[in-house]
Design a protein around this ligand. Structure first.
Ligand code: GLA
Length: 390
């Protein structure tokens, strides 16, 4: 994170609001290495933070006014939005402002005395790309207000508040992974997170040292979680847990999966969802074990199995994501999978450093040949979680 970027965001704040901000904060987007659609089933996930961040310049106010501005909306044509903290109410806002306002609402609902703020936001996390641009916006605002109002909340507690903002205020039934990743990840590590109790383990993940790379391929197919399909999958998983008499699918033991599927009888839809979630939890634990054993290359096939499960059982892939995976594997990738909520967004590709160029070219050509919009390909190295910049 460059000092220049923080200074530029502070400068824009001064132009907009006529005073210095009290501080500048950053919160990253993420990719998920493995553990998809497990977080609302109390399961395991393993995201890491991207170098792309949402940056916020913020000052407190004591008059109940919340002023919001984003550098990223309509080339700034959106202007400053002025709200009153007392008027904030769930599901009344369909714009980007719902994310920062939702955080203020959630903090106040939790009893924290937040009496207003001036906020200017600028993000480099691509929106709608499955890289948690909304979580980055939420977490950066939560962290700034936590510091300024001295609320004393830890990263995981802020993540919970941000999830509540998104579930209740925005109205998107997401899990806890993205907010926790943005708040708690550490540079050079992937975060092994148990979403049941939010216990965490930072797993060293330095691919370059071993001659490998991780590519993110943004298919540019936009998705949104407030639309129905994500919620349908979640409801299906909850139905599965209820039918099996467990609190969450996390409670189905790996070696009891076959028996559990049998008990679900001919409800094929629920059987497929359950099979994905239980095997995906197992894949996360497998990846952790392999990384701890120093067998990094061996995680490749596990990632690829994860993709097949999301495509065939969970049914949330799309032709563009499948094309990335198939083309990358044909080009020699060690493993590849879609990442994030699905129905578009991004895929990740694990590859030998020497193969990166060939694979990138092959994916770009395959997209061209299929008549898809050109994908955006970049290399991802685990970056730092949310922090104060100045
Ligand atoms: C989205 C949600 C997360 C998680 C993933 C799928 O990113 O925000 O909570 O459910 O999808 O793993």
């Amino acid at each position: 994170m460059s000092v220049e970027r923080a200074a530029a965001v502070a400068e824009r704040f001064r132009e907009l609001y006529g005073a210095e901000p009290e501080g500048v904060w950053a919160a990253p987007g993420r990719v998920n290495l493995i553990g998809e659609h497990t977080d609302y089933n109390d399961g395991f996930v393993m995201p890491f933070a991207l170098p792309h961040t949402a940056v916020a310049a913020v000052s407190r106010r004591d008059d109940g006014v919340l002023r919001l501005h984003s550098a990223d909306i309509d080339g700034e044509a959106g202007g400053v939005v002025e709200l009153r903290v007392d008027d904030l109410a769930p599901e009344t806002d369909r714009n980007w402002t719902a994310y920062p306002s939702g955080v203020v609402w959630a903090l106040r609902q939790a009893g924290h005395q937040v009496t207003g703020a001036d906020i200017h936001l600028a993000s480099t996390v691509p929106a709608g790309a499955g890289l948690s641009s909304s979580a980055a916006l939420e977490v950066v605002v939560a962290l700034a207000l936590n510091d300024l109002y001295e609320l004393g909340q830890k990263g995981w507690q802020l993540a919970r508040l941000c999830q509540r903002a998104e579930n209740v205020y925005v109205g998107a039934p997401v899990g806890i992974m993205d907010q926790t990743a943005s708040a708690c990840c550490e540079a050079g590590h992937a975060l092994f997170l148990d979403t049941r109790d939010l216990s965490q383990q930072q797993i060293p993940f330095d691919l370059a040292a071993e001659g490998m790379r991780l590519l993110v391929v943004d298919t540019q197919v936009k998705h949104s979680h407030s639309e129905g399909e994500y919620g349908k999958r979640r409801a299906g998983c909850e139905k599965g847990a209820a039918l099996l008499g467990v609190d969450a699918l996390r409670d189905v033991a790996y070696d009891e999966l076959d028996a559990a599927l049998e008990r679900l009888g001919d409800d094929e839809e629920v059987r497929r969802l359950v099979r994905h979630v239980v095997t995906e939890d197992q894949r996360v634990e497998r990846v952790v074990a392999l990384l701890e054993a120093g067998e990094t290359r061996a995680i490749g096939p596990v990632l690829t199995q994860g993709h097949a499960s999301l495509r065939d059982d969970f049914r949330i892939s799309c032709p563009e994501l499948d094309l990335v995976v198939d083309t990358a594997l044909a080009g020699g990738a060690l493993g590849a999978r879609m990442t994030g909520g699905g129905f578009g967004g991004s895929a990740i590709v694990l590859a030998e450093a020497a193969d990166v160029e060939t694979i990138t070219k092959a994916v770009e050509e395959a997209f061209g040949a299929a008549g898809f919009i050109a994908p955006r390909v970049f290399e991802a190295v685990p970056a730092a979680g949310a922090r104060r910049l100045s």
